[in-house]
Design a protein around this ligand. Structure first.
Ligand SMILES: NC(=O)c1ccc[n+]([C@@H]2O[C@H](COP(=O)([O-])OP(=O)(O)OC[C@H]3O[C@@H](n4cnc5c(N)ncnc54)[C@H](O)[C@@H]3O)[C@@H](O)[C@H]2O)c1
Ligand SMILES: N[C@@H](CCO)C(=O)O
Ligand code: NA
Length: 428
């Protein structure tokens, strides 16, 4: 049998522990598939003595994480996290040492992916990151390989398990945001800083990676328009349901006439759309290709087992000698990012207002919409007798987003509003 692929593993938390378990428990199967054994030879984490429920006594322990790059391994797996710091130092040192690098670290890839892809190409070694986008779902592989013959028009989906878990729990159980977040953290889905999840940043990291693979463009995290789910209230979920929608955090990248739109926002998803039925920490990605048509990738987007499954799949590819350029084409072939102004995009919108109890308030809102050129498709008004306010929810006809924003701008500071208006895109 060919010599084992020797792996150095940095980070022994949720995902790192999962990788050790998968490699131990599926050892025989993995060896047969890879054509040779995949063996962890060295590990590093913050605390050597911590009980992780996995036996690490057979591996060399390395205190300084970045020193793993110099140990006797063919590939380094980074499961520490963080865009910079020890993860980035390890990535740079590993690729400079001419070794392959596997990571689940979407934050680092969003900020430094191009540099790392360049370094990997220069050293002719693999840089692989299936686990970084949509956890266990083989969406990077699906795009890089399965859909490689297609021009991609649009790629979009549910890319953050924590937000989807929170939104679907709020929907099913009418629970509050904060205690559902605590549950997602306890289950190991949330980032170490959960604001990355709930403010949409984690999904934006992933979307920028997906866009590069799908559209052959240099990753441009800064071009992604981002907001999260903090401002979504139980009433939005209830009113959306009454109108035939569910609320989901959706990342969308689509080629427009003037460039690429990339955005992560809470969306209203029609109940007939497959994304409306994605619940819990499940992720789903839809790819529209010009020959294959619509592809739907769905599965576990977070958690130890699914994420480790993706990491080990990358290792199996490397053990087989199957790897190509990180972003589906050599870095020199990647186009410069060309962001399209988001305001130009046309779509339907959901707007929620809390109105003071005054004569003519509805007329004022209707006038602002008319003056901005936004036509109303439906309107619901519900009185809140306890404080005299009224909740008004509007669904618009299709209009440029800049017009919706202009309507809200016209209402800014109005005495008719008892709170900040809130709006969401409607997925088409
Ligand atoms: N948890 C998931 O479901 C999931 C899914 C996909 C991707 N990821 C990504 O995988 C990576 C790891 O996530 P996780 O959930 O396993 O995190 P975790 O917090 O459970 O584990 C992190 C590990 O890194 C070690 N570590 C942290 N800082 C360190 C430092 N300065 N020096 C050395 N070691 C350090 C910790 O000791 C721990 O062993 C992150 O990039 C995360 O975004 C996680
Ligand atoms: N915090 C991330 C982990 C998976 O990348 C999520 O909730 O989706
Ligand atoms: Na994946």
């Amino acid at each position: 049998m060919t010599a084992a692929l020797r792996v150095a593993l940095a980070g022994l938390g949720t995902v790192g522990g999962g990788v050790i378990r998968v490699l131990q428990q599926n050892r025989e199967l993995i060896t047969r598939r890879a054509g040779r054994p995949i063996e962890i030879v060295a590990v590093s984490a913050r605390d050597r003595s911590k009980d992780r429920g996995v036996d690490i006594s057979g591996f060399e322990w390395v205190d300084d994480t970045s020193a793993l790059a110099a140990c006797d391994a063919d590939v380094v797996v980074e499961l520490v996290g963080g865009a910079d710091g020890p993860a980035l130092a390890l990535a740079r040192a590993t690729l400079a040492a001419g070794k392959g690098f596997v990571t689940a670290n979407k934050a680092m890839l969003a900020h430094h992916g191009l540099e790392l892809a360049n370094a990997a190409e220069g050293a002719k070694v693999p840089l692989k990151f299936e686990a970084a986008v949509a956890g266990g779902i083989p969406v990077i592989k699906g795009l890089r390989e399965g859909a490689a013959a297609n021009a991609i028009d649009r790629v979009y989906g549910i890319l953050n398990g924590t937000c989807n878990f929170i939104l679907s729990k709020m929907e099913a159980e009418g629970r509050d945001f904060a205690d559902v977040l605590a549950e997602a953290q306890a289950l190991g889905y949330a980032e170490s800083d959960p604001s990355f999840d709930i403010d949409g940043v984690d999904a934006a990291h992933k979307l920028s990676i997906l866009s590069s693979v799908a559209f052959g463009m240099k990753p441009a995290f800064g071009d992604v328009a981002v907001s999260g789910i903090r401002d979504v209230i139980a009433a939005d979920i209830a009113e959306a349901a009454a109108l035939g929608y569910r609320v989901r955090l959706v990342g969308v990248a689509e080629a427009g006439a003037s460039g690429l739109f990339q955005r992560v926002h809470a969306h209203l998803v029609p109940t007939h759309h497959p994304l409306a039925h994605v619940t819990g920490s499940t992720n789903a990605v839809v790819v529209d290709g010009n020959y294959v048509g619509r592809l739907l990738f769905q599965g576990a987007g977070a958690g130890d087992g699914p994420t480790a499954s993706a990491v080990v799949a990358d290792l199996i590819d490397i053990a087989r000698g199957e790897f190509g350029p990180a972003y589906a084409m050599p870095v020199a072939s990647l186009a410069e990012a060309s962001p399209a102004p988001t305001g130009e995009r046309r779509g339907r919108a959901y707007l929620r207002f809390t109105l003071a109890d005054r004569v003519g308030v509805l007329a004022e809102i209707a006038a602002a919409m008319r003056d901005a050129g936004v036509s109303i498709e439906s309107l619901i008004q519900r009185a809140a007798p306890e404080d005299g306010t009224a909740l008004v929810v509007i669904v618009t006809h299709e209009a440029p987003e800049s017009h919706v924003e202009a309507a809200l701008e016209r209402l800014r500071g109005s005495q008719s509003l008892a709170g900040e208006p809130f709006w969401m895109h409607i997925l088409d």
